[in-house]
Design a protein around this ligand. Structure first.
Ligand code: FES
Ligand code: FES
Length: 164
């Protein structure tokens, strides 16, 4: 079936079944390997991309949901040859370890800052809670997001519950 969607600002036409997971379209049809397969069940966040500005789990989003829509992957986050501020912060803070989860982490963080440019630490923890990292980079992720949001922010542990 012929489908058309916009990926990283470029219109793409595909001949593919509509129930194919968006993740496989991105990786296998379009060669965008930055988005990762983790659990395949919507549970880990490794496959997070933006669909019409909202973060979605591409492993469990049929490509037909994206028809006529705009998809942004980690490859599309940089603009005019400049890395996104979060990508720079990730480098500056040395966030990644194995790196496998980090595309999804950055895409979730990018959505947070797009909708809330000055998040509290509680906001950051809440926004990132669905993105798992087996290497345990959580504290550096928070520090990197805070650095983009304007530096360390107050953290109310009692309001946020236990920090990961
Ligand atoms: S691979 Fe999609 S949520 Fe885990
Ligand atoms: S950096 Fe290894 S899983 Fe997150």
């Amino acid at each position: 079936m012929a489908l058309s969607l916009t990926v990283n600002g470029e219109q793409r036409s595909l001949d593919i079944e509509g129930d194919t997971p968006l993740l496989w379209v991105l990786r296998d049809e379009l060669g965008l390997k930055g988005t990762k397969f983790g659990c395949g069940a919507g549970l880990c966040g490794a496959c997070t991309v933006h669909l019409n500005g909202q973060p979605v789990r591409s492993c469990s989003t049929p490509v037909e949901f994206a028809v006529g829509g705009e998809v942004t992957t980690i490859e599309g986050l940089a603009e005019d040859g400049q890395l996104h501020a979060l990508q720079k912060a990730w480098i500056a803070k040395g966030v990644p370890q194995c790196g496998y989860c980090q595309s999804g982490q950055i895409m979730s963080a990018a959505h947070l800052l797009a909708t809330n440019p000055a998040p509290t630490r509680n906001d950051i923890v809440a926004a990132m809670t669905g993105n798992l990292c087996r290497c345990g980079t959580y504290s550096r992720i928070i520090a990197a997001v805070e650095s983009v949001a304007g530096g360390p922010l107050a953290y109310d542990a009692s309001a946020a519950g236990e920090e990961r």
